[in-house]
Write a protein that binds this ligand. Structure first.
Ligand code: LMR
Length: 336
């Protein structure tokens, strides 16, 4: 009897200690992305980490893996679905090849005539409905973070549409950008972001497009002499988590993570434009690049050439979705 009592006591003590040890183990969130820390996305991810860890008082630990160090464009979505990472923040277009072509709406040329229209879309019903779409693949959209507007780069000036003829241009895996490059007369080359610098350096592609923050932090400007500030399309991100993981979190933790995400989103969308302006200013200050800003007439010629892509992409993206963004533009007084 005595012995059995001692065994029971030992059992209780062991189980007790184990559960204390478990209670002290932080929840680890691996957050993988493909750009540098000092970019709009990189900084917002770090801000989320800081806020989330502070708010949960050490119960959650966010591990950030920037620059495709853990997963890159080609495997981060699968890694999220498989639960190998708990958060990613891809450009929504990267869900296009994963059966979600509607996300390419964000990249249609000139779809957002102003930032206010963009914000109305991301914060309003259109954006919030889109966040829910990937749930059927166990992906939960949490927020939209800005990067900015694309510039073009190459080793020759790209001012008129004719300048693109025969140029091999690196693009992310997007049918919209493929169509865009073809309309310009270029040869689109779909390629993961992590491979772009090397491909530009060795000349296996001749040019590319990205907001200045990405161009600068990947040192692409060191292998691309000419930059055209064209602002022809938008690049932003959709922060995604694994749905099963998210729903398994204790509800108090989830509330704090949501609040941290609201804070990081505000931060991202407040500073992204400034980050891009600063990156462009640094490239200018380096004195090795020629930066060209399209004149109003040139911009209009590009616009006329590229706008038919909206119609061409209706079957892929959805006519109603495109129309709903036009409606938001009209509501803010923009004319097409
Ligand atoms: C690209 O592939 O060019 C960008 O989407 C990379 C990024 O995430 O900003």
């Amino acid at each position: 009897m005595k012995l059995r009592f001692r065994v029971v006591l030992m059992f209780i003590a062991t189980v007790g200690l184990t559960s204390i040890a478990h209670a002290a183990d932080p929840i680890i969130i691996k957050f993988s992305h493909v750009v540098a820390d000092n970019t709009p996305k990189g900084k917002a991810a770090l801000r989320f980490k800081e806020e989330a860890e502070r708010r949960t008082a050490g119960k959650v630990k966010i591990e950030i893996y920037p620059n495709s160090t853990l997963y890159g464009d080609n495997d981060e979505v699968d890694a999220l679905i498989a639960g190998k990472v708990q958060m990613i923040a891809p450009s929504p277009l990267k869900l296009g090849p994963r059966d979600f072509p509607e996300f390419e709406v964000f990249n249609l040329p000139y779809i957002f005539p102003s930032k206010s229209v963009l914000r109305r879309v991301t914060d309003g019903k259109i954006g919030q409905d889109l966040l829910k779409k990937p749930e059927r693949k166990n992906i939960l959209g949490l927020a939209y973070w800005d990067n900015g507007f694309y510039v073009m780069s190459a080793n020759k000036p790209l001012r008129s549409v004719a300048d693109f003829k025969g140029m091999k241009m690196r693009i992310p895996p997007s049918d919209v950008f493929e169509a865009q490059m073809r309309v310009l007369g270029a040869i689109p080359v779909k390629m993961a972001f992590a491979e772009a610098y090397q491909a530009l350096k060795t000349g296996s592609v001749n040019g590319t497009q990205n907001p200045p923050s990405n161009l600068y932090t990947q040192k692409m400007h060191e292998v691309q002499k000419y930059i055209t500030v064209s602002n022809h399309a938008y690049l932003g991100y959709m922060v995604c988590t694994n749905k099963t993981f998210w729903e398994s979190l204790p509800s108090d933790i989830r509330v704090q993570l949501k609040l941290a995400m609201i804070d990081a989103t505000r931060y991202a969308n407040l500073y992204a434009e400034e980050d891009n302006n600063e990156a462009l200013a640094k490239i200018v200050a380096g004195g090795k690049n020629e930066i060209y800003e399209l004149t109003l007439d040139e911009r209009e010629t590009w616009r006329r050439a590229l706008m038919p892509i909206h119609r061409d992409m209706e079957a892929r993206i959805g006519r109603e979705l495109i129309q709903s963004i036009y409606d938001e533009s009209s509501a803010l007084g923009h004319k097409r």
